[in-house]
Ligand binder design. Structure first.
Ligand SMILES: [Fe+2]
Length: 352
């Protein structure tokens, strides 16, 4: 019988940078020419947003936000180290990084050979870190060895195809010289203390950005920049069921497996109802409450529209994790909801 650990974290790129640039997405949004003029008036801003901005453009709040999330990374890493898995399944989105105009799979298991990544030299390919100093002051020559659980990746792909999930797979990168930042940052952030991440990974990318993945390159866009939408992301219930099927398989395998969701929740820059200035904190609080209670069918009942209306495109990664935890009948043992209105997204860390 297999042993399974569930973890959920954020891959928020500004944690890789310095505190003074933590709120850059917000300040970038203020330059959107399509923003209604009333939204530029601070008197119309949410009191919590003003509190975080303080008198230093959010720098002090950034330190608090980072410290709270770093605690989550460290809690997850402590449990991961104790568990010492054979490999880590990581669900993460591909934001126009490896998958582009020539092919966009709804999900794809990466059965790559081991890699020597250079996170900061390759930063221009993703993660918005190009030319910026990183939190750890690592140079562009910093090398991160990443091992892949290639055999298990092939096996679980076969199982999924046999059981009716049309899973895509890849043996080597297509466009990205490394791995999408959702997967890379999961490793960089879990190993926040740089003590080493010795476990092979089994990444499963999810096309979370759906109708914006090619049209808006899975990133920030102006409210007035209306483009022809791409086909949608896979549905929340399908992602949930995918996670459940993977967990069923690994629970029956000889492996010790960590199953990790890598993403923040509501993203300000995707949330039209807040003019893409703040995340939908109310939606996230409600989802968090149901997560804490282990009410996973509530999660599965959400439509893709529910997720995209609240800027929660990336929550599909957590759908897969909660599908897995649902089939294993696991509730979170520890979790933290890191609320913000300034730093683009609500963030959650959880251990199951
Ligand atoms: Fe992402």
């Amino acid at each position: 019988m297999g042993e399974i650990l569930g973890l959920g974290i954020s891959h928020y790129p500004p944690f890789s940078g310095k505190n003074e640039s933590m709120a850059n997405i917000f300040f970038g949004r203020l330059k959107d020419p399509a923003l209604p003029p009333l939204m530029l008036n601070r008197e119309n801003w949410h009191p919590d947003l003003l509190r975080e901005l303080g008198s230093d453009d959010g720098e002090a709040a950034a330190a608090v936000h980072r410290a709270r999330m770093a605690e989550g990374f460290q809690t997850c890493m402590t449990v991961l180290r104790e568990f010492d898995p054979d490999f880590c399944v990581i669900w993460g989105d591909d934001q126009y990084e490896n998958f582009r105009e020539d092919i966009v799979p709804p999900y794809c298991i990466l059965a790559y050979d081991d890699m020597e990544l250079k996170p900061w030299a390759q930063a221009q390919e993703s993660s918005d870190m190009k030319g910026k100093p990183n939190y750890w002051n690592e140079g562009s020559d910093y090398t991160l060895p990443v091992k892949f659980a290639t055999d298990a990746a092939r096996d679980v792909t076969s199982l999924l195809l046999h059981s009716g999930f049309d899973m895509s797979y890849a043996y080597k990168p297509l466009h990205h010289p490394g791995i999408a930042h959702s997967i890379l940052n999961a490793i960089l952030y879990l190993d926040y203390e740089r003590q080493g991440f010795p476990w092979p990974v089994l990444p499963c990318t999810v096309n979370c950005y759906g109708d914006k993945v090619i049209s808006h390159k899975g990133f920030v866009s102006s409210l007035g920049d209306i483009r022809r939408p791409d086909p949608p992301a896979p549905s929340p219930s399908r992602c949930f069921d995918l996670g459940a099927e993977m967990a069923r398989y690994f629970a029956d395998s000889p492996y010790r497996v960590a199953m990790i969701a890598s993403s923040s929740w509501s993203h300000a820059f995707l949330c039209d109802k807040t003019y893409r200035m703040m995340p939908d904190v109310d939606f996230d609080r409600d989802m968090y409450q149901h997560l804490v209670e282990g009410d996973y069918q509530y999660w599965r009942s959400k439509s893709l529209k529910d997720l995209t209306d609240s800027g929660n495109q990336e929550m599909l990664n957590w759908m897969a994790l909660l599908g897995a935890m649902s089939v294993l009948d696991r509730k979170p043992k520890w979790s933290d909801f890191v609320e913000t209105r300034l730093f683009n997204s609500s963030k959650v860390a959880a251990v199951f």
